[in-house]
Write a protein that binds this ligand. Structure first.
Ligand SMILES: [Zn+2]
Length: 58
């Protein structure tokens, strides 16, 4: 099992607050609503995924 370091997500659960989660050499976007983006090698890509998630919400 890979170690997982998660940054604390501000706000209550269910809110659309995105952050990035490092998972080994990869980085994935994550949202307070429970959504999670695919693992990316670059944090900038994970951030882009998070922006796409928020944009998709309208
Ligand atoms: Zn969300």
């Amino acid at each position: 099992m890979a170690q997982q370091q998660e940054e604390s997500v501000p706000g209550g659960p269910g809110e659309h607050r995105t952050t990035t989660v490092e998972n080994g050499r990869f980085c994935a976007a994550r949202c307070g609503c429970g959504w999670r983006g695919p693992a990316r090698r670059a944090r900038s890509k994970a951030r882009a995924d998070a922006e796409g998630h928020l944009a998709a919400l309208g």
